[in-house]
Design a protein around this ligand. Sequence first.
Ligand SMILES: Nc1ccn([C@@H]2O[C@H](COP(=O)(O)OP(=O)(O)OP(=O)(O)O)[C@@H](O)[C@H]2O)c(=O)n1
Ligand SMILES: O=P(O)(O)OC[C@@H](O)[C@@H](O)[C@@H](O)CO
Length: 437
Amino acid sequence: MESVNTTSDRPCDPRCLVKSEAGISEGNVGQGVVDFPVAVVLPAAGSGERMGLSTPKQFCTFLNRPLISFTIETFERIPWIETIVVVVAKESHDQMLHIIDRFHHTKVKVVEGGATRHRSIFNGLQAFSESMEGPSPLPRPKVVIIHDAVRPFVEEDFLLKITLAAKEQGASGAIRPLVSTVIATTSEGYLDHSLERTKYRASEMPQGFLYDIIFQAYQRCSEFDFEFGTECLHLALQYSGTNAKLIEGPQTLWKVTYKRDLAAAECVIKETLSLSACLISGTMAETVELASKLQKNLAAHSMTLDLHPFVKGNDELLSKTRNFIQISARRESLSEITEMVKVLEEMNHALLYPVVIIWVHLCMSEEPFHRQNPDELSSIMDISMKAKQRNILLYGIEVIHSKIPELWERSVERLSEITAALIRDRNPAFTGQLLQA
Ligand SMILES: Nc1ccn([C@@H]2O[C@H](COP(=O)(O)OP(=O)(O)OP(=O)(O)O)[C@@H](O)[C@H]2O)c(=O)n1
Ligand SMILES: O=P(O)(O)OC[C@@H](O)[C@@H](O)[C@@H](O)CO
């Protein structure tokens, strides 16, 4: 069992931007309501056979991070959750410690999993219990949340509902409507009967329990349960006589099981990252006009651009987004981009999610920038190569300020489309290029 640092030094989770727009700001949902210790057990010792990859799915990466890191981040941001126990296979122990260190995760303890999910969960629960052998136990929680490590999208307000219901009822669980009818088959592989779908629900995660109830259930359950069971709520009912309160959760609770689920998870995160951007335009009339047009056009792509000067130390502003668009007509502005990269690196702003910087060069003459300054092209590439190593993706776009209104409008439209695509896709392949709008 290992412990790691307990301070958190990270900018806002982009997914909380969604909540903040929905009026739910991170971190104050449960304060004052949860006045008892809460811990989480994340079973993550599976092999991910259905994913069909050599890497267990919890360690498959997207946006330069393993799936499990996104799930841990969700829980470590919640102030009323004290401890996160991650249960991994013995052979993944060092890899898990590396992930914790690499992404500065907090509150995390790592314990060894078992041959089945129930055995892994029980091992996780035992981390809180006195035992003759082994290191000193973690402080015993009043409520323990059990959540599959391969379900990265769970929101604080739903976790609060599950936690409070578990405190009151002894057990609680997330459910979702079935999307396919459940049928029973004969031994010959024919239809025996179908279940009336309205009477059934899919059991999802998170689930919450009074710690003593679920720990007792695992102490009493059979070898058959350990070997073949998949439902913690059943154990609580069968062995602790506790009937779980069922709470319908959002559709984002899905479990990453197949390859398509990994692609879907990446898509959800990218969508959330692209909701906002910081737009820096300087004071020149033409750049201010272009910024205003860009802001209006990107609103049509569901992107909110806030016009702000990029001020070092303005952590409140910088923590709100991971997208920065600098519009400039001056050649020297590349040095400003270098400074921006330096500030973002010092803030570790790209630790968890790739940061996008788009340098828009407004060419006031008919002679494109790259013809006027051929050596600058290599500078953009050099700056972007270094920035990419720190998860900062730098793109260049050149737009010529045509005197012909139709040409100018068409260029602005193309600039908007390219900008939206770069922010949304965050494709490292296009970094360092000077694209033409
Ligand atoms: N012995 C096991 C088996 C599963 N799990 C965890 O339980 C969660 C849900 O299980 P599942 O989706 O079935 O994961 P796998 O067993 O890895 O997937 P598969 O059945 O495709 O092999 C996952 O986070 C998985 O890592 C675990 O901790 N210990
Ligand atoms: O069954 P699997 O091992 O694929 O995954 C575990 C799921 O069954 C479980 O997370 C929910 O059904 C709730 O118990």
